[in-house]
Ligand binder design. Structure first.
Ligand code: SF4
Length: 284
């Protein structure tokens, strides 16, 4: 574990995120079981049962996930796909919600585990399974996306971290040449007609300058203009772990955030951003 990257520090050597995915799987996967720290329901997505899992293949400096991301060997217990589905179902019934998800880290680690969970969800009474991913493994493994496309219930939310290769390396710790992988994931999802949307940490001028944001939006628009127009843009929130990671990374953000970029969306179509970020002024 001596060279296993934990969080970004100034001068940290960039890592291969696919190799890190495999190393992390060694820690958080055992057969078809995967480590989780909790199961609960929450109000996001209009109410959703959530399994909080451990381990990721990126080290985003603005990540809100708890320390199980950085030290997955110290946290969580192994659960089989059947146990995960049972716990998600219990949480969903207790809180009367009909959607399920795996959150807390990168849910695409442990392919065998995820595909078995999705099989159980597909045959269940639940309506939808939200899969929030950084897109690295769906970008490198087209066959993985093809397997996901067998199911009707998953909706994938691909979360982009940066708009240029250099910024991607700085913000995630991953080698700059792997910046393209989430965009490959988007192409794969389009090709296999999987339900998905794209989010990005791009509304916050403290973490993304205008030029980088334009580059990100243009890259998306080149793949499919509607993806750029419907981009779900986010800002950095001051969770305890986020603040600690920013400090370790040597980044000083001003709080509270007062200004954000105007939505990419056409007038009248910016409802999501207005609801989420209505309290901020726009940067001009
Ligand atoms: S923000 Fe997401 S992709 Fe980035 S380190 Fe955290 S869990 Fe991983």
């Amino acid at each position: 574990m001596g060279t296993y990257p934990r969080y970004i520090t100034p001068g940290l050597e960039t890592f291969d995120p696919i190799q890190l995915a495999r190393e992390t799987e060694e820690i958080v996967c055992k057969g078809d079981a995967r480590k989780y720290t909790d199961f609960y329901a929450t109000g996001v997505y209009g109410g959703i049962a959530t399994g909080y899992t451990c381990g990721c293949c990126l080290r985003c400096v603005f990540c809100w996930v708890d320390w199980s991301r950085d030290f997955p060997e110290r946290y969580g217990q192994f659960y089989s796909p059947e146990e995960v589905f049972g716990n998600l179902g219990d949480a969903a019934r207790q809180y009367r919600v009909r959607k399920l998800r795996i959150s807390g880290a990168e849910p695409t680690l442990g392919k065998e585990h995820l595909l078995k969970v999705l099989e159980l969800v597909e045959a269940s009474e639940f309506d939808q399974f939200i899969l929030e991913t950084n897109g690295m493994l769906f970008g490198v493994d087209r066959g993985y996306v093809r397997e996901i496309s067998r199911f009707e219930k998953p909706h994938i939310r691909v979360s982009l971290k940066a708009g240029t290769a250099e910024a991607f390396a700085e913000k995630t710790g991953a080698k700059p040449e792997t910046f393209e992988l989430p965009f490959s994931a988007i192409r794969n999802l389009l090709d296999y007609d999987v339900s998905f949307n794209v989010a990005a940490m791009s509304a916050d001028p403290r973490i993304m300058d205008q030029k980088e944001r334009e580059s990100l939006i243009l890259k998306l628009a080149e793949i499919e203009p509607r993806l750029a127009l419907k981009l779900e843009e986010e800002v950095v929130d001051p969770y305890k772990t986020t603040l600690a990671r920013l400090e370790y990374g040597g980044l000083r953000l001003k709080w509270p955030l007062r200004q954000i970029y105007p939505p990419v969306k056409l007038p009248g179509e910016g409802e999501f951003l207005r609801r989420r970020l209505g309290r901020y002024a726009y940067v001009h």
